[in-house]
Design a protein around this ligand. Structure first.
Ligand SMILES: Nc1ncnc2c1ncn2[C@@H]1O[C@H](COP(=O)(O)OP(=O)(O)O)[C@@H](O)[C@H]1O
Ligand SMILES: [Mg+2]
Length: 272
């Protein structure tokens, strides 16, 4: 089953400029899509449309085979969740615990089950010591952790991270990505769309989309997408580190086979 099918998706906020032009792509259930592109390229607009927050689009979208329209909006929203970069407008509870509870209440989770779910997810994101604190007093990165806990606790089928770890340090970022990876192992149907500036994260995704000024300039497996050096350069994006390393090795006359897909495979090869 497809998690997302978009055909000829076009969107404008106003008459002057189109924010997205004719995007067609699909994503299988259980896949991890990384969306990369510079500021203003349309990444957040795309995410907001796909979660049903911006409805006035042209073209067709299906989410888990359901056409995204007013009639199906409630059903679709119950399956999708999004965490934005800036959490300040997203907090509703007066404490971290309340905030996680709010999402669970919306999902009709029974009250006697709630506390253990709140504890479990706060622990998963490393915020278990902060359950009684007010969200507004947390740092940007801590707010991002809480928002991610709140959303993951609701067990969405389709989960969007819109630069949702941008305020975490590299270790914190890795922890969150590992957590998402673990949740995908537990639930292979969980589909993830991660909007990121990090080409290294994108290199580990199942699919990569590159947006530039509202156009989808590349879409495919990381290997397919990152092979397009010239196009990437034209939109100011670099290849992932392992690909640049392979190129440098080859330039120095060192043989590297073509079937290497990530840094750990390259390390394995070089050690052998
Ligand atoms: N609420 C809005 N009203 C008008 N234009 C907007 C609005 N939000 C975004 N835009 C414009 O749409 C384009 C895409 O923005 P956005 O989707 O936020 O890009 P990204 O997330 O890739 O930085 C930009 O030109 C931006 O200025
Ligand atoms: Mg954005």
């Amino acid at each position: 089953m497809k998690a997302i099918e978009a055909s000829s998706l076009t969107f404008s906020y106003d008459e002057e400029m189109e924010a997205l032009h004719g995007l067609s792509f699909s994503l299988d259930k259980g896949e991890y899509l990384a969306v990369i592109g510079h500021n203003g390229s349309g990444k957040s607009t795309l995410a907001k449309i796909l979660v049903g927050l911006l409805m006035d689009f042209d073209g067709e979208i299906k989410i888990f085979d359901l056409p995204l329209n007013k009639k199906n909006l409630g059903k679709i929203r119950s399956k999708v969740a999004i965490v934005f970069q800036n959490q300040d407008n997203q907090f509703v509870g007066s404490t971290v615990a309340d905030d996680i509870a709010f999402g669970l209440e919306n999902k009709n989770v029974p009250h006697d089950k709630m506390q253990s779910i709140i504890d479990e997810y706060a622990l998963k994101v490393g915020m278990d010591k902060y359950l009684d604190k007010a969200p507004e007093n947390l740092s940007g990165g801590q707010k991002q952790r809480v928002a991610i806990a709140g959303v993951l606790a609701m067990h969405p089928d389709l989960f969007f991270l819109d630069e949702a770890t941008s305020m975490l340090d590299p270790v914190g970022k890795r922890e969150i990505l590992e957590l998402v990876g673990k949740m995908r192992k537990e639930n292979p149907d969980l589909t993830v769309v991660s909007i990121t500036h990090d080409v290294e994260e994108a290199a580990l995704a199942d699919k990569v989309m590159v947006l530039d000024k509202g156009n989808m300039v590349l879409f495919g497996s990381p290997k397919e997408v990152f092979a397009n050096k010239e196009i990437l350069k034209s939109v100011n994006l670099e290849q992932p580190y392992f690909m640049r390393l392979i190129e440098a090795l080859k330039e120095n006359g060192i043989y590297v086979p073509d079937n290497i897909n990530n840094i750990s495979e390259l390390e394995d090869f070089l050690c052998r």
